[in-house]
Write a protein that binds this ligand. Structure first.
Ligand code: SAH
Length: 345
């Protein structure tokens, strides 16, 4: 593999347009190529039958078909958890969930994570590197072909902080949204962030109507800083300001994720404080029953406490849902995914 080569799966259609122009071809080649790659799903440029030999040779010189390998797969009713090996040997995880509205894939955006949220297993190994846009695309292709399905929804909520890998995330969205290829509706894509404020401003200008979810988990700085170190850099005031800007720019609704940690962030006072914080903001709160891990000491709030918390939010006119649980038995749930350091080959 030459140093200048790039994974074909990392190429957005606009970059391919430029590429074809640069080699003296027309832009319609991009549509042809996307069709081969994402509709016909070829894995070699030699399969292309509607381009000249010289063009195919150039493609072979400048790009390669990257691959990821399925190292392990566990399933539990409607959930499949995959351990995937990237071409340099690093591993990540992806989780496929079958909902009544379709099949949703939770993908990883980084190998490891630097955010170090105290309740999350994924941050126990520091970031090793970004997951490239093409490797995010491959998570979809690989699992679709393994299960012989079409994925209808993607959530970027696996290992990693997507806004710590911003350009790859944007490219990924552009690639999978293209109607020449995978054609995943932008409203079926959700990006979840722990609150990297400058990127929330930047994302306000992003021209795709994807969903934004914010991991909040506490309504005040004292508690949030204990749970999420990022709050010491971008506190709740700064975070809320950026979200208001985002809402004004995009006219969309944001989701706040709030994990229910027993005795930590699940009291009635905090439910009231959260209601005041979110008053008048176009949002809804997703209460997430905490998934306990082997290594972290937090416990899940009881059903009653979650219901009481929920009722208080509702009474204060905050839209709210309680997340349905998925994959707990196979540690495929939020915050239980981790990068494995050992070489598994
Ligand atoms: N870094 C991004 C995306 C990955 S985490 C973010 O912070 O949003 C996806 C969601 O799972 C976040 O809301 C995160 O806080 C939550 N989560 C982490 N650990 C969890 C656990 N053990 N149980 C339930 N949810 C958890």
């Amino acid at each position: 593999m030459g140093v200048c080569m790039e994974s074909i799966y990392s190429m957005t259609s606009s970059r391919l347009d430029d590429y074809f122009i640069s080699i003296g071809e027309k832009k319609y080649r991009t549509k042809q190529l996307f069709d081969w790659i994402y509709v016909k799903r070829i894995k070699s440029f030699d399969m292309i039958t509607n381009m000249k030999k010289e063009v195919i040779e150039l493609l072979k010189k400048d790009f390669y078909f990257d691959n990821i390998e399925i190292v392990n797969k566990q399933s539990d009713e409607l959930v499949y958890k995959y351990l995937l090996k990237l071409s340099d040997g690093n591993t990540i995880e992806a989780v496929l969930m079958e909902h009544d509205y379709g099949k949703s894939l939770c993908i990883s955006s980084e190998v490891g994570c630097n955010m170090a949220c105290s309740f999350c297993e994924s941050g126990k190994i520091k970031k090793i590197r970004d997951v490239k846009s093409g490797e995010m695309v491959l998570q979809i292709l690989k699992i679709e072909s393994d299960l012989d399905i079409r994925i209808s929804h993607v959530v970027i909520m696996g290992i990693g902080e997507p806004f710590d890998n911003y350009q790859n995330i944007c490219d990924f969205i552009e690639i999978v949204n293209s109607n020449m290829g995978i054609n995943l509706g932008s409203r079926h894509i959700t990006v979840s962030t722990c609150g990297i404020v400058p990127k929330i401003y930047e994302f306000s200008e992003f021209p795709y109507q994807v969903n934004l979810a914010i991991s909040l988990h506490a309504p005040n700085n004292e508690l949030r800083s204990k749970l999420m170190p990022i709050n010491k850099v971008y506190n709740i005031e700064k975070l809320m300001e950026s979200i208001k800007f985002y809402l004004e720019k995009t006219n969309r609704r944001v989701t706040f994720e709030y994990i229910m940690l027993s005795g930590v962030n699940d009291t009635q006072e905090l439910a009231l404080e959260l209601s005041r914080l979110l008053k008048g903001i176009n949002c809804y709160v997703n209460l997430i029953p905490y998934n306990e891990t082997n290594t972290l000491e937090y416990k899940r709030s009881s059903k009653e406490r979650i219901m009481t918390f929920y009722d208080i939010l509702k009474k204060n006119n905050i839209s709210c849902t309680i997340r349905r649980e998925f994959g707990g038995k196979i540690s495929a749930a939020c915050g239980q995914l981790k990068t494995i350091k050992e070489n598994l080959a």
